[in-house]
Design a protein around this ligand. Structure first.
Ligand code: NI
Length: 141
């Protein structure tokens, strides 16, 4: 155990503890500490995305029919307008009609959500999913 590690104990209902241990085995965790650290980091990221002013990184995945009215134009226009927020994008032609687009975003949580909402709501977009994560700063491994 390295210097600076903090130990604390937690009390759990035996049934809850058994279920936790079974889940950790299934997920391949070697220790409870490892698993709890992952849970805490996930919780911190989740909390941070609710704080509008915090900078976050995110991916937005969109599936749309490029034949549908102006969807491509709307998406391109928004991407040009928010070029400071959109770090990168990937486009895959799924079949004759359908396109998959993945945008990598970085910025304030509130701006990311607003942009994602507009893109997902654009006509012709069949499905969109925003995944907000951390920029990695202030989050020890
Ligand atoms: Ni395409």
């Amino acid at each position: 155990m390295s210097d600076g590690v903090r130990r604390f104990s937690i009390s759990l209902d035996p049934n809850l503890s058994r279920q936790l241990d079974r889940m950790l085995r299934e997920k391949g965790y070697r220790t409870r500490s490892q698993a709890v650290a992952d849970m805490v980091r996930d919780w911190l990221v989740e909390h941070r995305r609710e704080m509008d002013d915090e900078e976050v990184a995110a991916t937005l995945t969109l599936v749309y029919d490029h034949h549908k009215s102006h969807v491509q134009e709307v998406l391109t226009e928004l991407q040009h307008k928010f070029r400071g927020t959109i770090v990168s994008s990937l486009h895959v032609h799924l079949d004759h009609h359908n396109c998959l687009e993945v945008l990598v975003l970085r910025g304030k949580g509130s701006e990311i959500r607003a942009l994602a909402d507009r893109l997902i709501a654009a006509r012709g977009v069949k499905h969109g999913r925003l995944v907000v994560t951390t920029t990695g700063r202030d989050l020890p491994a």
